[in-house]
Design a protein around this ligand. Structure first.
Ligand code: ADP
Ligand code: MG
Length: 351
């Protein structure tokens, strides 16, 4: 019997999911990360037919005819579109599960959710995971998963600060003894920075930019802190006056100014969280430093700016885009030891 259990355990594809607003990543126990795709679903609104999910759907953003929408169901970091979220989860779970035999038990699933989601939203994610084929669904707050993924000593009696900057939300959390002591969840993250660039181009040059173009500009020359090397790029879009294509050259200083306001909101929320943190833990953070995770953390100079504004050392997590999913994976590998970090839902599935 023991051997059979072991065998089942070996074949059972327990999975960890980072249901990010920008990217969904799936970790399979014993295998590692097997899915890393944009959280986008393209569907025909008339027939409700799903046309594409993930990478293929992202290519359609901004390029669809009237009856097709490429939607990001989690765009504000919460389950804003429950049905589509469920379809997306199902697609990713099946993608992993279908490779195994029908005899293999359905997977246990650990899903990362933004901190501060409501009870209703937690329930929505739990239901979505179960309807999508999970035998059991566990939830973990994203900053906790990110801290575990970054291999921070979350169980110790020492303060650890993690800032996870995603597409739709930024999560700031101080963790000690396996629990979140102080936290903030804000809607200023990577998407907002793209919007700032779109706004800037419109206000300064009457130039209408697409979302992808704005993101490319941010990644290529965007920054939070002045650097000695100035860089340039060309913004291509449509002239709002003539309606014709137009290209404008901009430099990194201009883009930094365009991003400054949102960045300062982000930095302020880190400062406020530190102010709410008990002094002993602040002393620990001063020693250990603030750890940055999420794709948004890759913005050039952000680490320097945060360090200067908070007077704390700042470290970038290894591979910041995969911290959360690696955290869910580490939880799966040792679910008994890490059960305490899981979110307790006050909801039982009706029988
Ligand atoms: P989420 O967890 O919400 O899905 P991610 O952690 O996957 O988000 O991060 C996605 C965000 O990171 C996007 O807004 C993207 O533009 C941004 N991003 C990715 N790489 C970079 C980079 N090199 N510089 C700045 N922003 C980046
Ligand atoms: Mg994330």
């Amino acid at each position: 019997m023991l051997m059979l259990n072991k065998l089942f355990g070996y074949f059972s594809h327990d999975i960890g999911i980072d249901l990010g607003t920008a990217n969904t990543l799936v970790y399979v126990k014993g295998k590692g990360i097997v899915v890393n795709e944009p959280s986008v679903v393209a569907l025909n609104v008339r027939t409700k037919q799903i046309l594409a999910i993930g990478e293929a759907a992202k290519k359609m953003v901004g390029r669809t005819p009237a009856n097709i929408v490429a939607s990001r169901p989690l765009v504000d970091g919460v389950v804003s579109d429950f049905e589509i979220t469920e379809i997306m989860l199902k697609y990713f779970i099946e993608k992993v599960h279908k490779e195994s035999f029908a005899l293999i038990p359905r997977p246990r699933v650990v899903v990362g959710i933004p901190s501060g989601v409501t009870e209703v939203e937690k329930r929505a994610v739990e239901d979505a995971a179960k309807n999508a084929g999970a035998r059991e669904a566990f939830l973990v707050e994203e900053p906790m998963a990110a801290a575990i993924g970054a291999r921070l000593p979350i169980q110790e009696a020492s303060g650890t600060m993690i800032v996870d900057i995603g597409g739709g939300t930024t999560e700031v959390a101080v963790i000690s003894l396996g629990g979140i002591v102080a936290s903030r969840s804000l809607r200023v993250a990577g998407d907002e920075l793209n919007d700032d660039i779109i706004q800037y181009a419109r206000d300064e040059f009457n130039l209408l930019l697409g979302e992808r173009t704005a993101e490319d500009i941010k990644i290529n020359i965007g920054s939070a802190y002045p650097s000695e090397k100035k860089s340039q790029t060309v913004m291509r879009g449509r002239d709002l006056v003539t309606g014709l294509p137009k290209a404008i050259q901009v430099d990194s200083d201009q883009i930094r100014q365009a991003l400054a306001k949102s960045i300062s909101v982000l930095v302020d929320s880190i400062k406020v969280t530190i102010e709410e943190t008990p002094p002993e833990l602040v002393a620990d953070i001063m020693e250990n430093g603030i750890v940055l995770a999420g794709g948004g953390a890759l913005l050039k100079g952000l680490d320097v700016l945060i360090s200067q504004s908070t007077k704390m050392p700042v470290h970038m997590a290894d591979d910041p885009l995969t911290c959360v999913v690696r955290g869910t994976g580490l939880i799966l590998e040792d679910i008994d030891a890490l059960k305490t970090v899981l979110v307790k839902t006050h909801y039982k599935t009706p029988r």
